[in-house]
Design a protein around this ligand. Structure first.
Ligand code: ZN
Length: 330
């Protein structure tokens, strides 16, 4: 231990990553601007491909990170939310590997926050320190340590959002006021401007409450002390250079400031931007990885990754649209 790794070495452990499956039993469609095809039905087959690859690999992944938008919002109007979710979860459970689910906007198009908390998409029980491991009663954020010296934090990027919050709640009113300060459009899903960081103030995004930021800060302080390597996952990206700015979390800057103030953080993974992205923060050395979405991946390709973790780095082996990357620890 403690020596530099080389690629011939056996990893300490591996894990799988997959984002934006957005399954629905409907014909192919297009994104909002009709520039990208969406393969709603074949996304289930692409998940199957990922599961097959993970189960056939020499070293079985210790867990899977599902980065959100597991089923598409179109299911809701068709009364198919439960059925679609069952189909995708059946695929995930077929191999018996633990899955950590992140929540995205499409989770909230299909289910209320309270329904999600009661559903199989609540993987808080996979946290390893009981009740102390999550951020609060209605914030879906927790952390776990799959191996000594390593920690993963699941964040709730829709904690401050119009999505999933009861319209009569203070949290909803506060989120609406914040959004309206930046976006005067009647349709709040339309960005307030055509370019720049302000584009992020749309209804399909959200942010992190002060409660959650304080919780994260405390979790990371403990990790710093223990000299752990921390990977953080969220549906929304937080580095402007790792994504199209229209996909950024509302208060990405506050989250970035926390990441930059903790030596334990090595990587931030997100979904939501189906084109994917990557940027290494120069100041902190933190890798910001946005995973290409399954939903906009043609049936003859793939979109999943397998990450091998070593003492001094993680190696992402991408499949199909996802590139291989070496993620050296800062
Ligand atoms: Zn999304």
């Amino acid at each position: 231990m403690g020596e530099c790794s080389d690629l011939s070495q056996t990893p300490l452990f591996t894990f799988g990553v997959i984002a934006d499956i957005q399954y629905a039993d409907i014909d192919d469609g297009f994104n909002y601007h009709r520039t990208r095809r969406r393969y709603y039905r074949s996304s289930l087959q692409l998940l199957r491909n990922a599961q097959e690859s993970w189960s056939e690999s020499a070293i079985k992944p210790k867990f899977i990170l599902q980065l959100g938008d597991i089923i598409d919002g179109f299911n809701k109007g068709r009364g198919a939310s439960e059925r679609a979710l069952a189909a995708v979860l059946r695929e995930f459970s077929s191999r018996g590997v633990q899955v950590h689910h992140v929540w995205g906007n499409h989770e909230f198009y299909n289910f209320s926050r309270s329904a999600l908390l009661r559903s199989k998409l609540n993987s808080t029980s996979c946290s390893d320190e009981g009740s102390g491991a999550h951020a609060g009663a209605d914030i879906y954020a927790y952390h776990f340590s799959p191996a000594p010296g390593f920690r993963f934090v699941v964040l709730d990027a829709y904690d401050v959002s119009l999505l999933g919050r009861d319209e009569s709640s203070v949290k909803y009113t506060n989120a609406l006021n914040l959004l309206r300060e930046h976006n005067s459009n009647e349709d709040l899903n339309a960005p307030p401007m055509a370019e720049g960081l302000e584009q992020r103030f749309v209804k399909f995004n959200g942010g992190f409450s002060k409660d959650q930021l304080d919780w994260l800060d405390a979790v990371l302080s403990q990790a710093d002390e223990k000299k752990e390597r921390v990977t953080i996952v969220s549906h929304l990206p937080v580095h402007p250079r790792s994504t199209d700015p229209i996909c950024l979390a509302w208060n990405f800057d506050e989250l970035l400031a926390i990441l930059q103030s903790h030596s334990s953080v090595v990587c931030f993974m997100a979904g939501h931007d189906h084109d994917g992205g990557y940027h290494r923060d120069k100041d902190s050395g933190v890798h910001h990885l946005t995973l290409e979405g399954v939903i906009e991946t043609p049936p003859d390709s793939d979109a999943f990754g397998t990450v091998s973790v070593y003492e001094d780095r993680m190696i992402l082996k991408g499949n199909g649209r996802i590139a291989d990357r070496e993620l050296l620890f800062p």
